[in-house]
Design a protein around this ligand. Sequence first.
Ligand code: XMP
Length: 516
Amino acid sequence: TILIVDFGSQVTQLIARRVREAGVYCEIAPFSLAEDAYRRMQPKGIILSGSPAGVPEEGSPRVPQILFEAGVPILGICYGQQVMTHQLGGTVEAGSNGEWDGEFGRAFITVTEDCALFDGLWSVGERHQVWMSHGDKVSKFAPGFEIVAVSDGAPFAVIADEKRRFYGTQFHPEVAHTPNGARLIANFVHKVCGLAGDWTMAAYRDTKVAEIRQQVGTGRVICGLSGGVDSSVAAILIHEAIGDQLTCVFVDHGLLRLNEREQVETLFRDHYNIPLVVVDAEERFMNGLAGVTDPEAKRKFIGGEFIAVFEEEAKKLGGADFLAQGTLYPDVIESVSFTGGPSVTIKSHHNVGGLPERMNMKLVEPLRELFKDEVRELGRELGLNDQFVGRHPFPGPGLAIRIPGEVSKERCDILRKADAVYLEEIRNAGLYDAIWQAFAVLLPVKTVGVMGDYRTYDHVCALRAVTSVDGMTADIYPFDAAFLSRCATRIINEVKGINRVVYDHTSKPPGTIEWE
Ligand code: XMP
């Protein structure tokens, strides 16, 4: 196994992901718990993460000294490199001293010496693109180290002590902007640490099942299903761990896609035999949404109402000790405090379920460290079919944020039909998997049209389709004109209430994927 010591970098989870991709099990421990983690895990290698802190800053975090004395290979990334240098007898200088303002973004390094990290990857004299993000820099490396790669701004782009098997990179090999960075990390875990790379999602599943059992004990867990991949995978995994101590609750808020409720019922009740309560709350949500047009007000209402419905159901079930959620890593930004630690601040992306303090339950979030594609792989591992795990993401507030202006049952019904036609065309064209997310939007705008000999005056439907890796940035999907015409014709012919269809050509940024 690999121990990753977290100093609070925003991309620590990416390091974990790269190690998993290399087929090696890893655990992340905040620096303040790293010594315990080390003793417990007896890792074959250690990676030190980056940090928003600076080594010269008073009170900035340190590596437990025992990790340097363990005889285990260490890879320090950015802050990790600097803190290692500092603790082993080198010098790190603070940035902005007049001559030096740091290196941020794309940079190039030149390989100056062979190094185990570069094995089969980079050779002496080659230049390679990397991603830098540092203000401080190493000005004198520690005894035993030598420089193996330099950049224009940092003579210590990569340092190595081959005898102790300690390595430091000033750049971030874990991010996608360092092409080959993943292979560099793979070299560290395979070639330097000697780990085989035979760890799989099946092993992850076993680890998580054991963890959930440990966390939950004999407690009762309630899980809100959304119909999406994340909450489904979380629920199935938790059910595997604790069986019928888990009850799933599916709130039909009337903002779902066509037939979605039936699909959830079939999958959970019939296929997985998981206790499922379906709450028909459509009227309640529609009443509450009447007259609400402000996007944030809609989101707040839906989030709050969701929790209210949940609390009621939890009460009816006789209470629950834990709330399970399919929160993924990108939904969460975890930061470790520099002084005390590990104090964790959670910033929720949108309203990930709401989560107000008034819910008096602890959280079970078994997917917290995974990225979307890893959750899909885990879903397949748990027996979900490709079509299900490949489903496009669907937001918690549902169709409400795809109906600018006031939401009503009638509008939801119109949108559901248009959306289903659009997605059927996408599937028929074999494009579904090439698209990150595709959906129809119902505009509160009416336009004049002519159908047969009649004048029509109906809603505009906008179609949206984007490609993306993580939902953070997105590009529009470039359908051909014939495809869009086919969708427009079918929607106008088959969906009463829509007489015009437009295609949204906005990337993210500046747009968001959803319309509200
Ligand atoms: P935006 O619209 O911010 O969306 O570009 C990025 C991704 O997040 C999804 N999304 C949500 N997911 N609750 C969720 O669970 C929400 O409130 C929410 N809002 C947006 C959106 O569908 C896209 O995949």
